[in-house]
Design a protein around this ligand. Structure first.
Ligand code: SAM
Length: 259
């Protein structure tokens, strides 16, 4: 269907890592002006509460034991609401362009004539880094930062040629990596990254409840086990992780001296 002025539009909005004061002003205004709000599990109640009375609120992610909605269902729902002439806000944790399927959703809507706009957000890696005084890049120490995820199938890492990432001057920001962290650490070490490369895992980055553990790369899986996180966890691997401040530290695992 071609877009017409009577058709609504869809804003694909990053809610940031949780607290409303880590949203952009543009994102906040989008939520305050929403007529329909479709939000993911990682979007906080505080942010959802910014939607005006009368706004249709639909939770699309896994929360309180409920299953997540299939992507195709979400796409069709956004389309239907926009075709009713509503301003639809599709709200995602962090930044919608980082492991947020924003490209898929925008393509789906634009192919069907619906106007879309993307509003960026503070991604978990930036929130974690800021909260614990970890610069993601640091002159002479970390020249690159890489946003990545790690998935295993049958106990083996899939998707990425990790050998290219075993680089002492790269900060690796690992999303959804808790389960695969041990495998990944072993692979990076096998590919040449020092076993004592610093790593930090941050739970609930950005929130007052944030917690962090610090470990060497070869002790990352153990540290994550001891952390026993209940919330989302972001892992930073690289020399800059050794600079983490003390706030929110739990079960500290001392970093060994570099030889
Ligand atoms: C599907 S990805 C979405 C990432 C999101 N678009 C972003 O930019 O932060 C979900 C993963 O992001 C990470 N994550 C999201 N919010 C987080 C937070 N507040 N603290 C720590 N990690 C977080 C976790 O690794 C979680 O499993």
């Amino acid at each position: 269907m071609p877009y017409s002025p009577s058709t609504g539009r869809v804003l694909l909005v990053g809610a940031g890592p949780g607290p409303a004061d880590l949203m952009t002003v543009r994102a906040m205004r989008a939520v305050q002006g929403a007529q329909a709000l479709l939000y993911d599990a990682l979007v906080s109640d505080e942010v959802v509460a910014l939607a005006p009375p009368g706004c249709v609120r639909i939770q699309t992610g896994k929360r309180a034991g409920r299953a997540s909605m299939a992507q195709e269902t979400i796409n069709r729902l956004m389309l239907r609401l926009a075709r009713r002439g509503l301003t639809v806000v599709r709200l995602k944790g962090g930044d919608p362009s980082i492991f947020g399927r924003v490209g898929e959703e925008a393509d789906y809507l634009r192919d069907r004539g619906v106007e879309t706009e993307v509003v960026p957000g503070v991604t978990a890696a930036c929130a974690a880094a800021a909260q614990f005084d970890i610069p993601l890049t640091h002159r002479g120490v970390a020249r690159r930062v890489l946003f990545a995820t790690a998935r295993t199938e049958g106990g083996r890492l899939v998707d990425v040629d990790w050998s290219a990432l075993a680089d002492g001057q790269t900060t690796l920001a690992l999303y959804m990596g808790r389960g695969a962290a041990g495998q990944l650490a072993g692979q990076l070490i096998a590919d040449g990254l020092a076993a004592d490369t610093p790593a930090a895992a941050i739970e609930n980055a950005g929130a007052p409840s944030a917690r962090r553990v610090q470990a060497r790369l070869d002790g990352l899986a153990e540290a994550l086990g001891a952390m026993d996180a209940q919330g989302p966890v972001l892992i930073l691997i690289g020399e800059v992780a050794a600079r983490a401040g003390d706030a929110g530290a739990i079960t500290p695992v001392p970093l060994a001296r570099r030889s």
